[in-house]
Design a protein around this ligand. Structure first.
Ligand code: PMP
Length: 385
């Protein structure tokens, strides 16, 4: 990993809040800049060269995303992020007619849209380590469920493996929906390897070195005939008459209005950068995570709540509130996140409450972990505990 690829790292900050958002590599910043300086035009509308080229770049971005997760381009819908993708999908799939189950430790973005829009909503209970209870415990994704909306990788516990576990053998009509907001940065995702059930999946560009305001909603072709548009307007129709209209083909049908063209092009650049280094990134991250788990757990009073050695490490420190931990680290120019991490239902259900979270990216170093641990070792003394 060349840390010089990331201009913001040169500012000397120790950035350990990568689950919130990642820093951006130079190539992504320059690609977006180039688009606005030389290539800006609206897409699918103009007959002039600039518009034709912008359209080609946008289409190419869709192909790049599709290839990244082994999907077909028409299965990729650009959104503004994971939250937007999940909200749109609840409408597109007509959740008001569906029984939906979602893991209790999930992000609010994968709970609230379903809770608000589903005909019936059920929580999939969780073990103490944040993993969801599969068939051997109290929950089976069975024939009474229409959609299992699961987190592929928890933003609090790391890789809970919930999604990989077999949830019984549900009928093929049961749709699995994956919140892949964190998984996209830490797991190789191949949509073709999923079980027989149709899959839909959402992620945000900003968690894998892409810009904010762009995300992806993958929807398997197997369920395209069950979908209807969540939004209406320009670009998603072919022919509009006074009383009716004909829908454009998928995916344009589900992208009403002018999309985030520069965002999609920037995301494609981020994915090219990420893919070119993916194996090296995962290997480094794994070693770094194992090291961080080990030396953090040696700090007196510190308890790590994630059991797997993942780059998302949430912990508590006896008698010190997580906000004080984050504030104390901030004073030392170390960025971490504290609180409920938009997963309050699960953290309260498990009796854990708020936690401090270190989340690693491939550009983090062993020295940064050492420095963080060194600072944390003094916290109880300095806070007069
Ligand atoms: N799900 C999970 C697991 C997340 O970590 C996040 C972001 N913290 C989201 C959903 C929502 O992502 P966004 O804010 O980019 O829409």
């Amino acid at each position: 990993m060349n840390r010089n690829d990331f201009p913001q790292l040169q500012d000397g900050v120790i950035y350990l809040d990568n689950a919130a958002t990642t820093f951006k590599p130079k190539c992504v910043i320059e690609r977006i800049n180039d688009f606005y300086v030389h290539e800006n035009a609206n897409i699918y509308r103009g007959l002039y060269d600039l518009s034709v080229k912008a359209t080609a770049q946008y289409d190419e971005a869709r192909q790049t995303v599709a290839k990244f997760i082994n999907a077909e381009p028409e299965e990729i819908i650009f959104t503004s992020g994971t939250t937007d993708g999940i909200n749109k999908f609840t409408q597109m799939i007509n959740a008001k007619d569906k029984i939906v189950a979602s893991d209790i430790t999930g992000h609010h973005s994968n709970l609230l849209p379903w809770r608000k829009n589903a005909k019936e909503f059920k929580y999939i209970p969780s073990r103490k380590d944040g993993s969801s209870m599969g068939p051997d415990n109290s929950f089976v994704v069975n024939d009474f469920i229409d959609i299992a909306a699961m987190s592929m990788y928890s933003n609090v516990f790391g890789n809970t493996k919930s999604f990989d576990d077999a949830y019984g053998r549900p009928e093929p009509r049961v749709i699995f929906f994956a919140d892949a907001a964190q998984a996209i940065a830490h797991k190789k995702i191949d949509v073709k390897t999923f079980r027989d059930n149709p899959l839909a999946l959402a992620f945000s560009g900003h968690k894998i070195f892409g810009p904010t305001g762009i995300g992806v909603l993958y929807i398997s072709k197997k369920i395209h005939d069950q979908l209807s548009p969540a939004q209406f307007g320009g670009e998603m129709v072919e022919d509009v008459r006074e009383q009716d209209f004909d829908l454009a083909p998928i995916p344009q049908r589900f992208e009403a209005g002018t999309p985030n063209i520069a965002g999609a092009i920037g995301l494609a650049e981020a994915i090219r950068y990420f893919s070119a280094h993916q194996n090296e990134f995962f290997t480094h991250e794994k070693k770094l995570a194992a090291y961080a788990h080990r030396i953090l757990s040696e700090i007196e009073g510190l308890k790590i709540i994630s059991v797997t050695y993942d780059p998302i490490i949430s912990f508590t420190i006896d008698s010190v509130h997580p906000h004080d931990v984050a504030q104390y680290l901030a004073v030392h120019n170390i960025c971490v996140r504290a609180g409920y991490h938009c997963a309050q239902v699960g953290l309260d259900y498990l009796g854990i409450g708020p936690v401090t979270r270190i989340s690693l990216a491939p550009y983090n170093t062993f020295e940064e972990i050492d420095k963080t641990v060194e600072v944390l070792k003094n916290i109880r003394k300095d806070m007069y505990v």
